[in-house]
Every structure is written in C-alpha cells, then in structure tokens.
Design a protein around this ligand. Structure first.
Ligand code: GRF
Length: 201
C-alpha cells in the first residue's frame, strides 16, 4: 500500500482528482494518510475533511525561518509512515533539509510543459499569463520529481493542451487542469503505487 501525504495551498482540485481516482479505482494500492496545508483557509482542507482524511495546517508566519517551518512539517509527517509526498498546488518552496529527508519520494504537478514557463515566480495564473503573452499554441502540464531546485526534478509525465483563440489566463488554466493535471497526477500516483514508476534515492 502506497501511503501518501498531499500538500496543498488553495482550492484543491488536484487533491479532489486524486480522491476521486482512488474512489473510482483508477488509483489502486494507495491511501492518503494526510493532507497538509500552509494555508489554514485552503478549501482543499475542506475537501479532505469531507472525505475523512486527516488534515494539518501550519502557518509559515508562525515560524521565524523556512528551516524551522520545514522541521515542524517533518515532525508532523514523521507521525505517519509515508512513502510519497505529493505537492498539489503547494505554494511553499521546500528547504534542502525537507527534500533530503524525502529524496526521490516527492512529486509535483506543474501547469506547463517544463522546461517552459517554470521556475521562480511561475505558479498559478502567472504560468498561463506567460504562455499567452509568448503566444505558444500548445501548453500543458508536467508531473516531476522534486529536488532542491524549483521545478527542476526529473520529469515523470506530461500532457499537452492546445491554446485556443481568445483564451484568457483563467480559461487556459481551467483547460490545463481538466485536460492535463487532473489526468496525469492520478496516473503518476497509480504508476508509482503499482511499481511502474520507481521511486528514486
Ligand atoms: C493550479 O494553478 C494548478 O495548476 C497548480 O496549482 C494551482 C492550484 O491547484 N498545480 P489546486 O486547484 O489547488 O489543485
């Protein structure tokens, strides 16, 4: 059984896609042990509670450094025997201590085809605003392993989505979520849970 923690900061639509995929059997051999957020108001926490999934949220401003915050996160996570950490719209750059502790066992969903429109400052709508201003005809989403960099880890899965005439950043974000993110993140978790993708060291 793959025991996972899902880390969230916002609406939690990617978390919902994972929950729904487990409920429908699209993801097997997997249990969400914990949903963690750095934002106590994240609707993603509500989605977890509606499914009886334990939640913890810690506010970064209650800690005087990223290291002390991440140590608090690690001690929370240490209460569970986690195999995989899933970043699903998690807007906090993890410390080296954290990425070392879970080296090769952290994945992230990014709303572009990495290496385009990724790295510092490219999150949420900013990604789609950049894609539209560049005039790309194809964008999409990427699931990748998380290393000490920002959006720099080994790519696991990608799915392309066409940009349509007149797209606003919001419309493009929605299409990338529906047609890419909510498909490849559950697929990646299922592949890991069933040995088709090996977790690294
Ligand atoms: C979305 O922009 C998504 O592309 C990115 O994080 C944001 C929030 O996603 N991964 P969610 O609805 O909280 O899953």
């Amino acid at each position: 059984m793959l025991k996972i923690a899902v880390l969230v900061s916002g609406g939690g639509t990617n978390l919902q896609a994972i929950i729904d995929a487990i409920d429908s059997g699209k993801i097997t051999n997997t249990k969400i042990e914990l949903v963690f957020s750095n934002n106590k108001k994240a609707y993603a926490l509500e989605r977890a509670m509606q499914h009886g999934i334990p939640t913890v949220s810690l506010s970064r401003k209650d800690y005087d450094s990223v290291e002390s915050y991440d140590s608090a996160m690690l001690s929370e996570f240490g209460k569970h025997d986690l195999n995989l950490i899933v970043l699903a719209g998690f807007l906090h750059n993890l410390s080296v201590e954290f990425t070392e502790e879970y080296k090769g066992r952290i994945i992230n969903i990014h709303p572009s085809l990495i290496p385009s429109f990724c790295g510092k400052g490219f999150y949420g709508l900013h990604v789609h605003e950049a894609a539209l201003s560049k005039g790309v005809k194809v964008t999409g989403a990427t699931v990748h392993f998380v290393d000490a960099g920002i959006d720099t880890g080994r790519i696991i899965k990608q799915k392309a989505v066409y940009v349509e005439d007149g797209d606003t950043p919001e419309a493009l974000q929605r299409r990338v979520m529906e047609n890419a993110e909510w498909i490849i993140l559950p697929e990646a978790i299922n592949d890991i849970a069933n040995g088709r993708i090996k977790l690294g060291e």
